[in-house]
Design a protein around this ligand. Sequence first.
Ligand code: DAH
Length: 343
Amino acid sequence: MLDQLEQTEKGALAELSAAADAAALEAWRIAYLGASGRLKALMGSLKDVPKDQKPAVGARLNSLKTSLEAAHASRKDQLGAAPVAAGPMIDMTEPGLVDSRALGRAHIISRVRDELVEVFARMGFEVADGPELEDDEHNFVKLNIPQEHPARDPIDNFYVDNPARHTRPRMLRSQTSTVQVRTMEDAIKRGWGPPIKVVAPGRVYRPDTVDATHSFMFHQIEGLYVDRGVTMSELKSTLLHFARAYFGPDAEVRLRPSFFPFTEPSAEFDMKIRLRPDQPARWIELGGCGMVDPAVFEACGLDPEVWTGFAFGFGIERIAMGKYGIPDIRMLFENDLRFLEQL
Ligand code: DAH
């Protein structure tokens, strides 16, 4: 019996080194180590071995098992390390299942701003801008907001210079209407207008207490059109066009009488939009508008007997929140990736 085991081991190891691929290796494993393989059969015949030889044969059987298993494992490693000749090809150009590149994108406010500019550009509006660090001349005086007007209260503005001590105190602009003044002044100085047709998106600052609808910094987009014979109905049709282009063909606009020092007449404008198919359309207040006040033309050096115009200004966050169903303005500034990645 011990001889037989010796022969079996030799033969098995020889066959194993001849096994050249995974299939041959598996066939060898089944033949020798499998549930009805040679080793199992030899173990079964242990019962016929004379009693005095059993310990020796038993031990040899165990060492044979260990030796065959170890040889199998090392042959398996060898074959596994060798280059795979055949088998499924890997297409290296196939896109991965998980795109692990973390691609960034513009913030939702920047995207809405660009979309708004784009819509107005199609209606012939160019982009204008002005500084965020302004002076009260452009933020108030030339917009016909007199000294005693409550909007100029230091408590409601971020003054950089003390208004009580400076003749032209600097401040963080509280509205993009400043760009109306700058654009008209520029147009005269450089001799390129009127006509003037611009939109001016940008940041504005007000010391408001932060809550779901207020922030001390937000964005507005201002519009200004100056030409001969501009009418209020052009203002309304421009806003209607804009609303339909941006929110869809069912959008409606509504003007409600209001007051702003720099327009006369003035209006608040709302858009009625259906944000989701399962919801009724609703009115969303977007900002103010009106016909440019003659006092503003005069302050900027344009003859109000010749020039007419309309202006509007609305909040970009408002539009973004309305369009994307964002319930809280703070979400737009907290930079929480769980929020940003949804947009
Ligand atoms: N500047 C105003 C504000 O911040 C909004 C506004 C109203 C702008 C009327 C305009 C306008 O151009 O004509 O509340």
